[in-house]
Design a protein around this ligand. Structure first.
Ligand code: FAD
Length: 454
């Protein structure tokens, strides 16, 4: 398999889509099975309602919801209540119950603070909501005292919700804004009501190019091609690998969300769910870069899962059903075994190689910006979208952590230590991308069939 180098340009990715599709046809059944059929991976605890959105004022946060409701109500006047956007985006409520605190304490007590053979770390609910300095995400606190919600990911699939309009656009705009690295990372309010997202994004790109120029100057590596060139014509992506990776992760996640909502779309006139080819054409078919970024994310997350091969073998999956736990372990080990070993599909070693102060600052900046994206997700005005947005940001954050904060599995290298929520998020994020690739195959075939008049 040819490596999907992070520095490969969007248009000349080394691993072909075909290679990754072939790999995915092996990976997909395992990851689907894990996400769908194991308790460990199909329930997720997160703070869905109680965290404050730090980026918009109350009114603006609400504005997203109101704008969404107004738009969708207008469109949905003639359909039954149950199909209205509010209903579609509502979660179906807690399906699993967190073990009572007493039980958690009992699990820990005989071990006197140590984790023994019988009790894996996953049995111990994490109480600590504080960020580890190596986290790329704001962690989800699993403790009973935290105001979190347990949700069944199987009962709340990522699909069309009707969430759109200014509220959704503002979120995307704010997320892409995080790509402008030399801007302050503090939460900022967004006030550009007159701009279409397209204009905002191209402005962001221009800003990113400008920022990039400043950063490159600071690093003493200014490229001749940058001087004097109009911003629009700059291929700034060539210049800073890490920032480009940041953009690709976000854009690939956006593409995955678009794919899922187009694939599991509600036909509002028939009330039936199913793929919507027009939706795919509008959002993805004519945007090869978006699709390329989705494949990029696949290679990137899969590489992180492959790196966990040894780690998951020692992990104790305890859901209270030892048989199922043993099966879960076998399933995830098999999945990790399917991933080609070494940097064959994605080579992260070419990133963050600069150990000078500038390089260290760049990594810190990257991490902080990713944490900000994770906070922005609290502003999403649709419960189901917020759930999947938060989960996937956590999944990518975990992949980044596995790839850039731990060793390569050599003797003496530090082993990754992940929270249960991180592992669940990572596997479900892979499942989302893997399913999105399958959906894209379907859409490509449908477009070809349509073109040939079938
Ligand atoms: P949007 O998808 O809102 O995109 C805004 C602009 O971003 C586009 O005009 C384009 O210029 C640019 N853009 C689009 N795609 C990409 C890309 N891949 N890379 C780079 N730039 C891009 N809706 C649902 O129905 N179900 C969901 O589960 C769901 N989850 C969401 C989760 C989050 C975190 C957010 C912010 C929104 C979610 N939405 C969901 C809403 C959905 O993503 C769209 O915002 C909505 O459908 C409106 O789509 P749009 O065509 O106006 O463009």
């Amino acid at each position: 398999t040819c490596a999907f180098e992070p520095q490969a340009k969007v248009s000349d990715a080394c691993a072909s889509y075909g290679d990754l599709d072939t790999l995915n046809s092996r990976v997909h059944p395992y990851v689907r099975n894990l996400a769908k059929n194991t308790d460990f991976f199909s329930y997720y605890r997160l703070n869905l309602y109680n965290k404050n959105c730090p980026f918009f004022g109350d009114d603006e946060g609400l504005c997203g919801n109101i704008a969404c409701a107004v738009t969708t109500l207008e469109k949905e006047e003639d359909i039954p209540d149950i199909w209205k956007a509010e209903e579609l985006s509502r979660l179906e409520g807690p399906k699993a119950h967190h073990p009572p605190r007493k039980q958690q304490v009992e699990l820990k007590r005989p071990l006197q603070g140590e984790l023994g053979d019988a009790v894996g770390e996953s049995c111990v609910v994490e109480y600590d909501d504080e960020c580890d300095e190596r986290d790329y995400c704001v962690p989800e606190d699993e403790s009973a005292s935290a105001k979190g919600d347990y949700v069944s990911l199987v009962n709340n699939p990522e699909r069309f919700t009707g969430y759109s309009g200014e509220g959704a656009h503002k979120i995307w705009e704010t997320i892409y804004r995080e790509n402008c690295f030399s801007k302050p990372t503090e939460p900022q309010s967004v006030s550009s009501p007159g701009l279409s997202p397209f204009q905002s994004l191209s402005q962001n790109q221009a800003l990113a190019a400008q920022d990039f120029r400043q950063v490159m100057k600071a690093h003493g590596r200014e490229q001749a091609q940058l001087s004097g060139a109009p911003l629009e014509s700059l291929d700034f992506e060539d210049e800073c690998l890490e920032k480009r990776v940041f953009y690709r992760v976000i854009s690939g996640m956006h593409a995955s969300i678009s794919t899922h909502l187009c694939y599991d779309y509600l036909n509002q006139s028939t009330g039936k769910w199913g793929p919507n080819l027009e939706c795919y054409k509008e959002r993805l078919h004519n945007y090869p870069e978006r699709i390329s970024n989705l494949y990029f994310n696949y290679a990137f997350v899969l590489r992180a899962v492959g790196k966990l091969r040894d780690y998951v073998q020692d992990y104790t999956f305890c859901t209270g059903d030892p048989e199922q736990d043993a099966l879960t372990k076998r399933m995830i080990t098999t999945l990790a075994d399917v991933v080609p070993e070494g940097p064959k599909i994605f080579d992260e070693s070419v990133m963050f190689t600069d150990n000078t102060l500038g390089g260290i600052e760049l990594k810190e900046d990257f991490r902080n910006r990713f944490r900000n994206v994770s906070r922005i997700m609290d502003c999403v005005g649709c419960d189901k979208c917020r759930l999947w947005g938060k989960l996937q940001t956590n999944g990518f954050g975990t992949a980044l952590k596995v790839l850039f904060e731990f060793g390569n599995g050599h003797e003496g290298d530090e082993k990754p230590l992940l929270r249960r929520t991180e592992l669940v998020a990572l596997i479900n994020t892979l499942d989302k991308i893997s399913s999105a690739l399958k959906a894209l195959e379907f859409f490509r075939e449908s477009v070809a069939a349509e073109a040939s008049g079938l």
